[in-house]
Write a protein that binds this ligand. Structure first.
Ligand code: HAM
Length: 418
């Protein structure tokens, strides 16, 4: 029987994994500079955690969740995103008692039962961050600037930063009414999902991907016209801070986010090189969620970026890494034993060392050295053992250096050339 990965899932193999590490390391470094600490959350939650936060009428909750009953007949769901799990943890552990802002980041797999296509998977990895307890737009600007810093350090170019405001508890009801008024006369032109959304959550109609719905909603009232004074001021100040930090952006009043928890700021970073799945990163403010989860009124803002969309944008991402610092090519049993010991000793000193474990010809050992991109090789045979001397060859420069068979000396030569 042949087994394959499930549809929409993928294995990530070397050498591509090196590019993943590169992105993760850069992100960790930059998170540190901005004061973010890592938080690790379970990949499964009680289903209600997601229904309550992402929204009953969202695409994710309606049709994309991996939900099942566990053996104790509890409904559990593989996390489709990180923010809901994060807020659950934030409230559960009373993290709001620490001084604000509290800043966290996470990395890991998310699960959505979507139709797989290029850059869209059913298991995909996000790097995300959440900052809690400050509702000043400086924090919004800081987080957007941090995303820009991460993506720039990774080497991505030609990205579009779009921001908007989707209002708050105070102004959203007026906007909702305006949308309902607009849609009421032409509801028959919308798909059955949208007709259902009309009563439950008309804002969702703006998010529908059905072409006839996209056409029929043209000319709908723009959200920015309905913002209250506070939301308007928040957006204006955010824009001016982004200007100060020189983060190029545009305001896109049609930006619709697929999650219900957002208030005020929402944003998306997109690339033209990803076809229809152009969003590389996205996020926004969620000033009511902590309270809805049973915590004190606490504002929050965060984002997540999609690894499967970032990796293909990195030039030469298939390039891979250098191979081991050193490969021993022993000739004969005695030399093989000595190389075996030296390999372990040099590894203990922090070098990546390999040796040919099988007794093969020198030619085939050389072929292997090239294939695994060994940076140095040492051929060791009876003569070398007798004279306690080897020749260490740098595979890039072709430099050959004579050395005693002695850990300190070998270590120094290789370290100097790293
Ligand atoms: P989201 O927009 O649903 O937001 O996802 C964020 C990013 O995850 C997207 O921009 C995209 O790069 C990636 N992504 C989403 N779905 C897929 C998929 N099926 N395949 C590959 N990549 C995908 C959130 O998840 C929010 N939790 C972000 C956030 C954090 N908002 C506030 N805090």
């Amino acid at each position: 029987m042949k087994y394959k990965t499930l549809k929409g899932l993928q294995d990530i193999l070397p050498p591509e994994i090196a590019v993943w590490h590169h992105v993760e390391n850069i992100s960790r470094d930059i998170f540190k500079n901005y004061g973010y600490q890592e938080i690790r959350l379970p990949i499964m939650e009680a289903t209600d955690v997601f229904i309550r936060s992402i929204g009953e009428t969202s695409d994710i909750v309606e049709k994309e969740m991996y939900t099942f009953q566990d053996k104790g007949s509890r409904s559990v769901t593989l996390r489709p995103e990180g923010t809901a799990s994060f807020v659950r943890a934030y409230v559960e552990h009373h993290l709001y008692n620490n001084p604000a802002p509290q800043k966290f980041y996470y990395m890991g797999p998310m699960f959505r039962y979507e139709r797989p296509q290029a850059f869209r998977y059913r298991q995909f990895y996000q790097i995300g961050a959440e900052a809690m307890g400050i509702d000043d737009p400086k924090l919004d600007a800081e987080i957007i600037s941090m995303i820009s810093a991460i993506l720039k350090s990774i080497g991505l170019e030609g990205l579009n930063f779009e921001i908007t405001s989707i209002g708050c508890k105070k102004c959203r009801p007026d906007y909702r009414t305006a949308l309902k008024n607009f849609f009421s006369g032409k509801l028959d032109r919308f798909c059955s999902d949208c007709q259902r959304r009309y009563d439950a959550n008309p804002l969702r109609i703006l998010d529908c991907k059905v072409p006839s719905c996209i056409e029929s909603r043209k000319g709908s009232p723009p959200v920015l016209d309905y913002l209250c004074g506070e939301c308007k001021e928040h957006l204006d100040r955010l824009r001016s801070y982004l200007g100060l930090l020189k983060v190029q952006h545009t305001v896109n009043p049609n930006l619709v986010r697929g999650l219900d928890y957002y208030t005020k700021t929402a944003f998306e970073v997109s690339s033209e090189n990803l076809g229809s799945q152009s969003a590389v990163a996205a996020g926004g403010r969620y000033d009511s969620m902590v309270e809805e989860f049973g915590g004190p009124p606490t504002s929050g803002i965060g984002f997540a970026m999609g690894m499967e969309r970032i990796i293909p944008l990195i030039k030469n991402s298939a390039g891979g890494t250098d191979g081991p610092d050193l490969l021993f090519c022993p000739m004969g049993d005695k030399a093989s034993e000595k190389a075996f010991l030296l390999t372990e000793q040099l590894r203990a000193k922090g070098l990546w060392v390999e040796m040919n474990l099988e007794d093969t010809s020198l030619r085939s050992q050389m072929r292997k050295a090239n294939r695994i991109r060994a940076q140095h090789i040492i051929v060791i045979g009876e003569d070398e053992l007798k004279n306690n001397k080897v020749v260490l060859k740098n595979m890039t420069s072709k430099e050959e250096i004579a050395a005693a068979i002695e850990i300190k000396e070998l270590l120094k030569i290789i370290s100097d050339r790293k």
